[in-house]
Design a protein around this ligand. Structure first.
Ligand SMILES: NC(=O)c1ccc[n+]([C@@H]2O[C@H](COP(=O)([O-])OP(=O)(O)OC[C@H]3O[C@@H](n4cnc5c(N)ncnc54)[C@H](O)[C@@H]3O)[C@@H](O)[C@H]2O)c1
Length: 449
């Protein structure tokens, strides 16, 4: 099939590459000329495991091309995906200016001789957006089109796998669809190769599809915040949240995933999607109080290590050096949007500390975002051990796999004082005790060497 993807970010690029891999012809459009130049040069602008070789193959075989020419993309495609940003607006609700702007531009390009097009909202958008996109296109369109919702559930870090083998595909058909069966059948055909293992394609009304995406992310965020609240209780009463996690996770009604306590969730989705669903609830007079609590627990959790650091070193950290392991909001990505590590970094530096940071993929993004602001208070190192050489303490903010089994003896030697503040509960308490560390983690007793 002939597809256009508008927006080549984490979602648009992965979707474009994977659709091309299934044999479709994909024209990917972006307004960021620098990004387009890199893509045309064969360079990926993001780190995403498994993406590189699929990207290279499909670009080489010309099933995937990159352009800023929207008119060309619209003219040569049957399905047009909108994979554009939906950042929080003033009241926390999703700002639809990119999505509706692109919809208007597409409408102007649908002239009387254009063929039938399906425009798909792949961005995470609030309930009612399919209707708004339809209206925005209809302002100028002179040919037949449909608008449907197809929210994306991929996870950064495993995005290629998630896209190639989705647990489900959700298709939302709007009330105003001129031919719901045609739209549904076209989407079934497109997704057939991705669902060969039998996972479902769920067809529903557009409003339910739009809410489904927000409800999924919000449910996962609330599980994390719930466990973080339980972790705080465990700390106060001398229990161990990791044991509680195992104890409840084996219950099939609960399940094991998204039950890890830590320094809170971040990323480009959970924080903004929770906020947006709260805003939608307000708009419709259906307050989402559980999500308001989810959000405030998460804000608290991002700084939860700071009082422990202050209790150990005092509130003035001038002259202290902290090794910081992990900057990305989670392992296996270079995405630092809303990363808890950035909050920790800021808290440390504002108390006078120097931070030596290490991340396998995200250092460049952090340098770009805050390097100038922090100047020589922040430096980056190439090996995780280098961050610890002579440091007063090690802080762990992201659980990259390589942090799991360090040479503890070497680490102990490198650190000025053997103190670890672990925001991701990476190590066993027994190991820390045996290796002679003072060890603070989340929701577990402190190890005092
Ligand atoms: N990142 C994720 O893990 C994820 C997962 C599921 C859903 N989503 C949703 O998908 C949407 C996109 O997210 P993302 O993380 O890919 O965003 P992103 O910021 O990584 O990428 C968006 C891209 O759109 C481009 N763009 C902006 N305006 C444009 C225009 N008018 N025409 C063409 N390109 C334009 C930007 O230059 C950028 O390359 C959001 O709604 C997000 O909530 C994201």
């Amino acid at each position: 099939m002939k597809l256009a993807i508008i927006g080549t970010g984490y979602v648009g690029l992965v979707a474009g590459v994977c659709f091309a891999e299934a044999g479709n012809d994909v024209i990917a459009v972006d307004v960021n000329l620098e990004k387009l130049a890199r893509l045309r040069n064969g360079q990926l602008p993001i780190y995403e495991p498994g993406l590189e070789h699929l990207f290279a193959r499909n670009a080489r075989e010309e099933r995937l091309i990159f352009t800023d020419d929207l008119a060309h993309a619209v003219a040569h495609s049957e399905i047009i995906f909108l994979a554009l940003p939906t950042p929080p607006g003033e009241n926390g609700g999703a700002d639809l200016k990119y999505v509706l702007g692109a919809a208007r531009d597409i409408g102007k390009l649908l002239t009387a001789d254009s063929t039938y097009k399906i425009i798909v909202t792949k961005s995470t958008v609030p309930v009612g957006t399919v209707d708004k996109v339809r209206d925005a296109i209809a302002e100028n369109a002179q040919s037949e089109f449909d608008v449907i919702s197809n929210p994306e559930f991929l996870r950064e870090g495993v995005a290629v796998d998630d896209f190639m083998k989705p647990e489900r595909v959700v298709i939302g058909i709007g009330d105003g669809s001129p031919d719901p069966h045609r739209a549904e059948n076209t989407m079934r055909e497109l997704y057939r190769p991705f669902l060969l293992s039998g996972n479902p394609l769920l067809v529903m009304d557009a409003r339910s599809a739009e809410i489904t995406k927000y409800a999924a992310n919000s449910m996962l965020a609330l599980r994390i915040s719930f466990m973080n609240d339980i972790a705080t209780l465990c700390e106060k009463c001398g229990a161990d949240v990791d044991k509680v996690r195992l104890g409840i996770g084996v219950d099939s009604r609960i399940g094991r995933r998204f039950l890890f306590a830590g320094t809170g969730y971040g990323g480009s989705c959970f924080p903004k999607d929770v906020q947006a669903l709260i805003a939608t609830g307000e708009e419709y007079g259906a307050p989402q109080s559980i999500l308001e609590a989810t959000e405030s627990i998460n804000a608290r959790q991002k700084t939860t290590l700071i009082p422990r650091i202050e209790a150990h070193f005092g509130s003035d950290l001038s002259g202290r050096v902290f090794a910081l392991w992990g900057l990305a909001f989670k392992p296996n990505t270079d995405d630092i949007r809303e990363a808890p590590a950035l909050v920790i970094l800021d808290e440390l530096i504002s108390r006078g500390a120097l931070v030596r940071a290490y991340d396998p993929e995200a250092a460049e993004a952090v340098q770009k975002q805050v390097g100038e602001k922090y100047g020589d208070k922040l430096c980056f190192v190439k090996r995780h051990y280098d961050a610890c050489d002579g440091a007063d303490a090690l802080v762990i903010a992201t659980e990259w796999p390589k942090f799991r089994e360090p040479d503890f003896h070497y680490l102990h030697e490198l650190l000025q004082t053997p103190v670890i503040f672990d925001g991701r509960n990476v190590y066993e308490l027994e190991t820390m005790k045996r290796e002679g560390f003072i060890y603070h983690s989340i929701g577990r007793p402190v190890v005092n060497a």
